[in-house]
Design a protein around this ligand. Sequence first.
Ligand code: HEC
Ligand code: HEC
Ligand code: HEC
Ligand code: HEC
Ligand code: HEC
Length: 488
Amino acid sequence: MSSFENFRENWLRPALFFGNNPISLTGGAITTASGITMISYWLAELAGQLSDNPYLGIIFFLILPLLFLTGLALIPIGILLRRRKLRNAGRIPPEFPRIDLNDRVFRHGLDIVLVATIVNFLVVATASYHGAEYMDSPQFCGRSCHVMKPEFTAYQISPHSHVACVDCHIGSGAQAYVDAKINGTKQLIEVTFHPVAHFAPRIIPNYPEPIPSPVTSLRPARYTCEGCHTPRRFDGDKLLVKSNFADDEQNTETQTVLILHLGGVDSLLRYTGIHGVHLGHIEYIATDSSRTTIPWVERQNPDGSFTQYSSLPAGSSIPKGDRRVMDCIDCHNRAAHTFVTAEQAVDQAMSTGAISPNLPWIHKEGLALLNGTYTSQEQAGSQIPAALQAFYRSQNPAVLEQNSALVDQAGKELVTLYDQNVFPFMNVTWGTHPNHIGHMDYPGCFRCHDGSHAAKDGTSITQDCSACHNLLAVEEAKPKVLSDLGIQ
Ligand code: HEC
Ligand code: HEC
Ligand code: HEC
Ligand code: HEC
Ligand code: HEC
């Protein structure tokens, strides 16, 4: 018997015979229906006709492909069940219905099966490709799950709003991809069971609120950040201007101007300044989970020798804790998710005019309102503007008469600032996620550069202000340097 005949007699004929059962036929119908729906969706997507609603993505890239595969799986299941039933009843025919390739009807049937198989294959391949791509999209990571709302909100207004989450959180490579999928599945389970998890906290998996930082599974920056930012390209100084407003009636504005010595790798291949120095090899041990307390630091010097700095009493042994090689993320920990302090938020909004500095007392009052306690963003959204109106009505009705539009706008802007930084349902509030850049609001650089990290030879990690920056003006009203530079 030729192999085709063998296939026809022993496989095709029985399959067609047994396949004629409700389960297999239902499977075929489900597969066909979901296949056609998916194909239409892809065509619509190609034509650019779709919204970016994340739930559409869940339906089309995850649920429909699953239905499609379920339908496909039902076909052989139905066949096996029918065969078992008939065998048990002793009713398997000695001879399966004839397959005759000269029979036109049968030949066309065969064509259909063949075409269907090819189409199925293409659909499954496209679906898995789309599904994988979709699961890597910021839409999926950030919007399909409300747990990510704080990070996604901050991400959308960050300089990285066009960088996919996976570029920083996963990076390239198969191993990283698989790890991320395993971790993602765990998170999906936690999110699914969240509504009931507090009934049995030890048994049912749950996610922490807030999601803890640092992300210990984040890969070293050379696999993520450095894919886009080439450290060797860093060089030079950066001018930084910060505006502050006082808590007086006039909201008196002052400015701080500094030149940050960012440095990098200079033309003689020397590592200089803030970026250059730490690009060499520095390891540290943090003794708390937020990497804020750093009692021990080791630096590999350019000549290959090591210097250890410790803030512990002389003679102490190396502390126990999370030992880590310093990289970008130890300073830029909020690269894509900067949550500011309430003070920074109000100052920033006032310096751009989004909150008008002409409103008397607005700095003090706005700050007090942002720092108030609200159970939800909705509550803050209705109470903050109302409280601001009430403040002016009782303290300074003339402002409401002359500038009611500015008061409205300020109220709205305060709500926006609140919504960008405080998420009561995830226990994320002002200061929950400290920023390690700088040293004014959080320890930041001073985790190491506090002057108390000393080496054996008596030197310590520098706290010399001018090592990091030149302060051209500190909280001055209309600093002269800005008009000299033509900035003001
Ligand atoms: C430019 C790189 C970058 C991008 C893009 C990015 N992240 Fe992050 N993400 C980070 C870094 C860095 C941290 C903090 C890690 C640390 O401190 O160890 C972080 C932390 C987090 C955390 C932990 C909680 C927290 O606030 O620290 C979550 C959750 C998170 N990111 C989700 C997302 C989501 C969702 C997206 C896409 C919408 C995204 N990230 C995009 C770099 C990035
Ligand atoms: C996929 C590419 C990509 C990756 C990965 C990436 N970045 Fe960026 N980053 C950018 C781009 C593009 C900009 C410039 C955005 C602009 O100018 O508006 C930027 C800007 C920045 C800035 C300047 C922000 C500012 O205020 O101007 C910092 C700091 C930064 N990135 C740090 C990081 C760190 C740290 C990581 C790793 C956690 C990282 N980036 C990963 C593409 C990337
Ligand atoms: C020792 C801390 C530190 C480390 C480590 C560090 N940076 Fe920075 N970086 C800074 C500071 C401070 C600034 C200026 C901050 C500001 O603009 O407010 C900066 C600025 C930047 C900028 C913006 C430059 C500009 O001209 O505006 C980029 C991009 C950047 N860093 C990327 C990186 C990358 C990528 C790495 C890892 C290879 C890295 N940094 C490592 C402290 C650090
Ligand atoms: C984990 C510890 C650690 C952190 C955090 C850290 N540094 Fe450093 N830094 C060091 C060590 C170690 C040295 C080398 C010793 C020295 O030069 O004093 C150094 C050196 C420097 C130097 C060179 C000093 C000189 O005299 O040439 C600059 C500039 C600097 N750091 C800036 C920063 C800035 C800005 C930040 C915060 C954004 C920061 N560092 C955060 C450990 C750290
Ligand atoms: C290890 C490096 C380092 C040292 C040492 C250091 N600073 Fe800074 N400082 C920074 C960085 C980085 C920033 C910018 C933070 C940012 O980007 O917002 C900063 C910002 C500032 C600002 C402006 C902050 C604001 O938000 O208004 C002032 C003021 C300041 N430093 C004062 C000092 C003084 C005074 C000293 C000396 C006692 C000092 N710094 C030592 C790194 C350093």
